[in-house]
Design a protein around this ligand. Structure first.
Ligand SMILES: Cc1cc2nc3c(=O)[nH]c(=O)nc-3n(C[C@H](O)[C@H](O)[C@H](O)COP(=O)(O)OP(=O)(O)OC[C@H]3O[C@@H](n4cnc5c(N)ncnc54)[C@H](O)[C@@H]3O)c2cc1C
Length: 472
């Protein structure tokens, strides 16, 4: 049921992605008068779903990170479920079979058992194992919260523990691909969060894919009386004397509110506040530039029949790690190969499939004619699948259907400048903006990925709307 937006509310949330829905649930639990608005007809934002040629696809789901078994206390996944009052079983999680970080001459396997990664390092980099152990002990005790202020990068910190740059590259490759807005490195506290999410905890997938998570969130929010208004974009944030007081919708109607939580991104949110703020935080200097092309190939047989049983392969074809916006529309020097049904007790709704993610130019895709756009998508699929042959089987003769999305698709469905996935390199861990009563949640607050976005929504709702009313 699509709801019309009301004339006023207590808290207005921009965006029905993972962070906005989680924030909405948290507030509705306390009988808060909350409205979630989204410009699109489908919820989920960067992690939504669609149908093409009669087949159901998830937009981006490779993996739910932060897997922990039922009953584990105090970890991000179980904290989220507890705060949203969603039973663990409802996610129907299947664990990954196993993943790898792969360079041409050396690979590190990892799984949901940290010991596998440790033993790989001990075997392949014996001189580094003491440093690796010191690093993992240090990280296990490090707080898993994003921090603000001056950017401290991960590489120089890692060099305090590890001497072999190739090992540093191997460890960074999955982490950068799953959360870095910064070329070739990542801010230290985000590194710590992702180390725990990927290596200490690991990957799982809900049966039914992203729809399962989104249905749980949407149903929970509605059961609690929260209002979800789709197809209702925010054209402007209204403010008076430095304080946000409401929004104007695309159709001209206005909604007054006491506070706004925006998951649109920092630069995008400030642009909604008017040209003065847009000029103070221009996209060219303040937005991130890391974005991707993803080709989803539906196959005539399971990938295991072609001899490949990895869940996710993070690959790099050159000797040193390549993670930066490419000069061309796409770059095949590194990327991610994901087999979405290589999880325990899971299958992919569209049939056997392989997803290939490549880095993309943040502007080139927006400037193409329809013919150039179609040709570049085809070329990305062709060149990408040739480049991954050292790491994955040749799926080209077995491909029955391909769908490719680009930065242009991401920007169209989420409003993120340049179609960036991990937002701006400058995070705002307190969720504050220059305007009072206007707060951020989601990617630019600092938590990344599906679990991170939900954590962010909960944390920002607790801090800025519920205050002391919310139990920890
Ligand atoms: C291809 C791809 C693959 C990914 N794979 C994974 C994965 O496997 N695992 C994982 O954990 N994470 C993955 N991610 C990342 C994950 O999807 C995001 O980190 C997370 O979904 C971000 O949620 P969010 O709520 O912060 O923002 P978003 O999902 O960006 O939500 C923001 C919402 O705000 C809405 N909006 C913006 N502006 C306005 C406006 N003016 N008016 C109204 N509405 C507006 C948008 O329409 C959107 O719905 C992937 C992302 C992509 C793109």
């Amino acid at each position: 049921m699509v709801l019309a937006a009301p004339e006023s509310c207590e808290t207005l949330i921009i965006g029905a992605g993972m962070s906005g829905l989680a924030a909405g649930i948290r507030l509705a639990q306390y009988d808060h008068d909350v409205v979630v608005l989204d410009r699109h007809s489908l919820w989920g934002g960067l992690n939504s779903f669609y149908k093409k040629a009669g087949k159901p696809f998830d937009v981006g789901l490779h993996a739910l990170t932060n897997f922990v078994p039922k009953g584990t206390r105090g970890r991000p996944l179980t904290r989220i479920l507890r705060q949203l009052r969603i039973p663990y079983e409802a996610l129907q999680l299947g664990q990954q079979w196993g993943s790898e970080s792969a360079f041409p001459d050396v690979k590190l396997a990892f799984s949901n058992d940290f010991e596998l990664l440790r033993s790989e390092v001990a075997t392949k980099f014996p001189a580094e194992i003491d440093g690796f152990d010191r690093l993992s002990r240090y990280l296990a005790d490090y707080p898993d919260l994003p921090s603000g202020g001056e950017l401290v990068m991960a590489r120089p910190r890692l060099r305090e523990y590890l001497r072999d740059e190739r090992l540093i590259d191997l460890l960074l490759l999955p982490i950068l691909y799953y959360g870095s807005p910064t070329p070739d490195d990542i801010e230290w506290s985000s590194f710590v969060v992702l180390w725990k999410s990927l290596y200490e905890e690991g990957f799982a997938k809900p049966r039914g894919g992203v729809r399962t998570i989104l249905s749980l969130l949407r149903n929970r929010y509605r059961e609690l009386g929260g209002r979800l208004c789709m197809n209702q974009g925010v054209a402007a944030i209204l403010h008076r004397a430095g304080r946000a007081v409401g929004v104007r919708l695309d159709d001209g109607r206005e909604i007054r509110c006491e506070r706004i939580l925006s998951s649109a991104g920092f630069v995008e949110t400030m642009a909604l506040c008017g040209s003065e703020w847009e000029e103070r935080f221009p996209a060219q200097t303040h937005a991130g530039r890391m974005t991707f092309v993803e080709c989803i190939s539906v196959l005539d047989r399971p990938v295991t029949d072609l001899g490949h049983d990895q869940t996710i392969t993070f690959f790099n074809t050159s000797e040193r790690l390549a993670y930066r916006p490419p000069a061309a529309p796409y770059d095949t020097a590194s990327g991610v190969i994901c087999c979405p049904d290589h999880y325990e007790d899971q299958d992919e709704g569209c049939g056997p499939a392989l997803r290939l993610t490549l880095r993309a130019h943040p502007e080139a895709w927006f400037e193409m004619t329809p013919e150039q756009y179609a040709a570049q998508k085809e070329a990305a699929w062709r060149d990408g699948h040739a480049a991954i042959l050292p790491f994955a089987p040749d799926i080209r003769p077995h491909t029955t259907f391909v769908d490719t999305f680009t930065p242009r698709t991401i920007a169209h469905f989420t409003g993120h400048t340049f179609g960036v996935v991990y937002g701006s390199p400058q995070k705002h861990p307190e969720g504050l903006t220059p305007l009072s009563q206007l707060f951020l949640c989601g990617t630019d607050q600092g938590f990344l990925g599906i679990v991170g976005a939900m954590l962010s929504g909960i944390a920002m709702a607790n801090r800025h709307a519920l205050g002391a009313a919310s139990p920890a």
